[in-house]
Write a protein of this length. Structure first.
Length: 94
């Protein structure tokens, strides 16, 4: 059964545009691993509540997602985002 992973990153007010773009590029770079079927990272077009980056991913299965989550690249990206954003995660099986 495939596995969906959706994250909304609410960038904190006052974060420089270069830092936002760097975070978005870093997230996009995470989509290259074999466990991933589909990967998108986009900036929300609705800025009424501030800057939000949307990460949408489909994994081959939950085990693949768990392997990906433990990768150093993911850990590094999470640490980078923790400095500039708060986030909400939605994970579910398809």
């Amino acid at each position: 059964m495939t596995f969906r992973h959706i994250v909304l990153f609410r960038i904190r007010d006052g974060v420089a545009e270069d830092d936002i773009e760097g975070a978005q590029a870093g997230l996009r770079a995470l989509g290259v691993f074999p466990e991933i079927i589909e990967w998108r990272v986009e900036r929300s077009l609705d800025a009424r509540k501030g800057v939000v980056l949307v990460e949408e991913a489909t994994f081959v299965d939950e085990a693949g997602f768990l392997r990906w989550r433990e990768r150093a690249a993911h850990q590094d990206a999470a640490a980078q985002l923790a400095r500039i954003a708060d986030w909400w995660i939605g994970d579910y099986a398809i």
